[in-house]
Design a protein around this ligand. Structure first.
Ligand code: PRP
Ligand code: URA
Length: 208
């Protein structure tokens, strides 16, 4: 499957606010969460519907439900946490796992520090969350952890991606679906996405 890139005037508008270095922490968080909802909606287009009967005030009619127990959200800490609110708005009862990784500033290699995943995760579709897909090292590391636990269906959601990160996931794990709001041009010498939005974790948590 090719990656899915959201193309919409509202996304252009919202990403431009995210990029602006003057955008406040509050607005930055709200926009990350909002775009995460939109990405999740797109990623759930293939969700399986179960038929149910609904009693309206007028009559009985055919309706549908999605079994949220078939899904788990897994943010990559820290920045991925910023997307959790947004995806939970769509699926409030889905289980949540956490994978803690940070990039070594010199080697750009991911360093692991935490992993806690829901029981029976191997039976669920996992929606992996990280606003930034740069070299792809963190995403591939997180995907390998999920695969080790037996997860068969993974959808990776990012706000901004670089071509190198998309290529790395697709070459390593071609079965993983990638949904991104925006494809940027390249990485700079420090591994930051250009034009990007800077360090997503720092901007979400106001740590710089
Ligand atoms: C950022 C981002 C990704 C990673 C992307 O996390 O949230 O996890 O970098 O880069 P990569 O594709 O080259 O691996 P960071 O390491 O800054 O940690 P943080 O979320 O704790 O700030
Ligand atoms: N991580 C970030 O937070 N921003 C980038 O541009 C690259 C990696």
């Amino acid at each position: 499957m090719k990656e899915v890139i959201l193309k919409h005037p509202m996304i252009e508008h919202k990403i431009s606010i995210l990029r602006n270095e003057k955008t406040s922490t509050k607005e930055f968080r709200e926009l990350i969460s909002e775009i995460a909802s939109i990405l999740c909606l797109e990623a759930l287009k293939d969700a399986k519907l179960e038929e149910i009967t609904v009693k309206t005030p007028i009559t009985l009619t055919k309706g549908y439900r999605i079994n949220e127990d078939n899904y788990a959200f897994v943010p990559i800490l820290r920045a991925g946490m910023g997307m959790v609110d947004g995806v939970l708005r769509l699926m409030p009862t889905a289980k949540i796992g956490h994978i803690g990784l940070y990039r070594n500033e010199k080697t750009l290699e991911p360093v692991e520090y935490y992993c806690k995943l829901p029981n029976n995760i191997e039976e669920k579709t996992v929606i992996l969350l990280d606003p930034m897909l740069a070299t792809g090292g963190s995403a591939v590391n997180a995907i390998s952890k999920l695969k080790d636990r037996g997860v068969k269906k993974i959808k990776f959601l990012s706000i901004i991606s670089a071509p190198a990160g998309i290529k790395k996931i697709q070459e390593t794990y071609p079965d993983v679906e990638i949904y991104t709001a925006y494809l940027d041009k390249e990485l700079n010498e420090f591994g930051y996405i250009v034009p990007g939005l800077g360090d997503a974790g720092d901007r979400i948590y106001g740590t710089k």
